[in-house]
Write a protein that binds this ligand. Structure first.
Ligand code: BEZ
Ligand code: FE
Length: 287
């Protein structure tokens, strides 16, 4: 096929995929090509602008490694992660809503018992977290695997601290037979997503800030139920309505209650102020 011009090139590219053996891949790439070409036409993309775009994507590739996932940050800050999450998690009313996964989950977080301190030395004010895991009919879900992770008071996840491989402020525990769980951690604080790379430059160029409202990540799995990936956000946070990655749902905002030194919910005599958080999760049944 020769002599393609700006009016004929889109269909020519699509024709080249006519016999793609993977039909789903063909559907996805067909739509992607159509939208990419339509976008270039709509903004009348110049050669200099596209070169800049290629440089931007190249920089994203260069900064990405097993600890820094700039492609996820790009997807998150453009709202694509939350869009995909929302489409994949249409649930009946009453089920806990899902939100973005983020780049800071690790597979091999330490196992804890209910009541343990998952902070493991992470910097922050103590926080006692408790709650329950239930099914859509209110049935207790015992033995659910609860993975929790959060940033420290300085706004960093353990994996962002260079030269320290210890797992802090993250762990895995199980709900008890009555569906309840409780553990100790630290108070979540707002933090900026990593913004010292190309995505940070993009946010600045667009007049946007990189902050996420304070939150605690949860991933909960139990046989017979859909996996739930979500956060609990801290009520009153100044960034709840401008989350850099568009992840806030009102149903996930909870009160972190602050207490002066004294008796904690687990009976510990605290010498310093501490907080408590209570949140009940409702899993959707697996289909
Ligand atoms: C997070 O909440 O861990 C997160 C989500 C998206 C981008 C960066 C961080
Ligand atoms: Fe986070």
């Amino acid at each position: 096929m020769r002599n393609l011009d700006e009016h004929t090139i889109t269909e020519a590219v699509l024709a080249r995929h006519e016999h793609a053996p993977d039909k789903r891949l063909k559907t996805i790439v067909t739509s992607l090509v159509r939208h990419l070409h339509a976008f270039a036409r709509e903004v009348n993309l110049t050669e200099a602008e596209w070169e800049q775009g290629i440089r931007f994507l190249t920089d994203i590739g260069h900064i990405t490694d097993d600890k820094r996932q700039e492609f996820i940050l790009l997807s998150d800050t453009l709202g694509l992660s939350m869009l995909v999450t929302a489409m994949a998690n249409r649930k009946p009313p009453g089920c806990t809503e899902a939100t973005v996964f983020g780049p800071f989950f690790v597979e091999d977080a330490p196992a804890y018992q209910n009541g343990d301190d998952v902070a493991n030395g992470a910097h922050g004010e103590p926080c006692f977290v408790a709650g329950s895991v239930k099914g859509p009919d209110g049935e207790a879900v015992g033995g659910a695997r609860i993975e929790v992770w959060q940033a420290d008071a300085d706004g960093f996840y353990d994996v962002q601290h260079a030269g320290d491989d210890a797992h802090r402020a993250r762990g895995v525990l199980q709900s008890l037979a009555d569906g309840r769980f409780h553990f100790r951690s630290i108070v979540a604080e707002p933090y900026p997503i990593p913004h010292d790379g190309p995505v940070g430059k993009m946010l600045t160029a667009l007049g946007r800030h990189p902050w996420r409202p304070a939150h605690l990540h949860f991933m909960i799995t139990a046989p017979g139920y859909e996996r739930l990936v979500t956060h609990v956000f801290r009520d009153g946070d100044p960034y709840l309505d401008s989350d850099a990655v568009f992840g806030v749902r009102s149903s996930l905002v909870a009160k972190w209650l602050r207490h002066e030194a004294g008796m904690a919910p687990d009976g510990t005599q605290m010498q310093t102020p501490f907080s408590t958080l209570e949140f009940d999760f409702v899993l959707n049944r697996a289909t």
